[in-house]
Ligand binder design. Structure first.
Ligand SMILES: [Zn+2]
Ligand SMILES: [Zn+2]
Length: 382
């Protein structure tokens, strides 16, 4: 065996969204990138970690010593503490903001699922997570990891691995340009050999307009408010509730009061403690206030409180569109881009790979890895 061999496999979230978990072998080091859950017809499912043993990539899952969590969305972190409760070895790396958001988000999910076998999130978050900062370099034996702001949501990080004179960048969900809550991603310089990229819209050439969905939600809210109809926004993921609050605050709905339920308000307060600017004066906790005038409530429950409300699900994505995905790959210009978290479009109208191929200045070979297949870097001249 070549002692510097490098391999990659998606254990979940290959050409789909949900249960993102990617295996990276750098020489003798076994690494996981993210460890999320997926939801299918109301049931949670986990990544297929045992694939690594079936394929002979590891003899025991305890050989995985480090897990890097990109950000606090359930599809990237929802399974990590179930996994950590079962296996004692791995240290889990994430930013402090991600740890905070993950704890709050998982406490809510565990409560909702009433699962008696749920892990002790607080304990594991305290004992097993090691917080990292942007631009920090972490020596990890054979390789070095460093962490870069990904945009997307607060705390989201990209991880760069330096191994055997090669540079491998895992993006997680990222945004090239500023969003309502972040200033966009920071790229860690030139000469990236391998890009492992979450490209939600890499196979959706018709997704060109940025934040199409969230603008549609804002429009629905505004159309109700202006005919004196209060609105209840159901935010299944707490972080989506906050993202929506930020967007409402800068939209034409901004003059209407916004009430946050206890759970979402708790997230806002904890963000303030971590120096992320809090909401404006128009945002109030739901529990404290009488609500006479037309207003907006953002809550974690799917159901509104008593009263007349139009219910609007806070269901949107804040991912790069098709053209931004191309710009990102062109900027990084790696030898190979493994594009994951990338469901196919209903109608096959081409992918970012078709566009990249035609660009003579871009050397990148784009690969869309299927879940449960091993890719050897040697085959891509890396
Ligand atoms: Zn995300
Ligand atoms: Zn995602």
């Amino acid at each position: 065996m070549n002692k510097n061999e490098m391999k990659f496999a998606a254990l979940g979230g290959g050409q789909s969204v949900g249960a993102s978990c990617y295996y990276l072998k750098l020489g003798a080091s076994h690494i996981l990138l993210d460890c999320g859950v997926g939801i299918n017809q109301g049931m949670y499912y986990a990544p297929d970690l045992h694939f690594l043993m079936r394929e002979g990539l590891v003899e025991s899952l305890n050989q995985i010593s480090r897990v890097y969590i990109s950000h606090a969305h359930l599809d990237h972190m929802g399974h990590v503490f179930n996994y950590a409760a079962e296996f004692l070895t791995p240290t889990i790396y994430m930013t402090e903001v991600t740890r905070e958001l993950t704890g709050l988000q998982l406490k809510k999910t565990v409560k909702a699922s009433r699962n008696r076998r749920s892990p002790d999130i607080e304990y594991l978050s305290e004992k097993r997570v090691s917080c990292v900062s942007f631009r920090q370099e972490l020596p990890c034996g054979d390789y070095t990891a460093s962490f870069w702001e990904a945009g997307h949501i607060p705390g989201a990080m990209m991880t760069l691995f330096n191994f055997d004179n090669r540079r491998i960048l895992y993006t997680g969900d990222y945004s090239l340009n500023p969003t309502s809550w972040t200033s966009g991603c920071q790229l860690p310089g030139e000469n990236i050999d391998v890009l492992i990229m979450c490209g939600l819209h890499a196979r959706h050439p018709f997704v060109l307009q940025k934040n199409k969905d969230i603008d549609g939600i804002i429009r629905k809210i505004y159309n109700s408010l202006r005919i004196n109809q209060s609105v209840y926004c159901a935010a299944f993921q707490l972080s989506k509730g906050i993202e929506l609050m930020r967007r409402i605050e800068t939209s034409r709905c901004k003059d209407f009061p916004i009430y946050l339920d206890d759970r979402i308000y708790e997230v806002v307060k904890s963000m303030e403690r971590l120096n992320i600017p809090g909401p404006g004066q128009n945002v109030l906790p739901l529990s404290l206030n009488k609500r006479d005038s037309v207003h907006i409530i953002i809550g974690a429950s799917p159901y509104p409180p008593p009263g007349r409300y139009r219910v609007v699900p806070a269901d949107f994505t804040l991912h790069d569109n098709f053209n931004e995905t191309i710009s990102f790959i062109e900027k990084v210009n790696p030898k190979v881009a493994f594009i994951v978290h990338s469901p196919p479009a209903r109608y096959d109208k081409g992918t970012v790979a078709d566009v990249i191929e035609k660009n003579p200045d871009c050397q990148t070979v784009c690969v869309f890895p299927e879940t449960g297949r091993v890719y050897n870097f040697e085959n891509f001249s890396v």
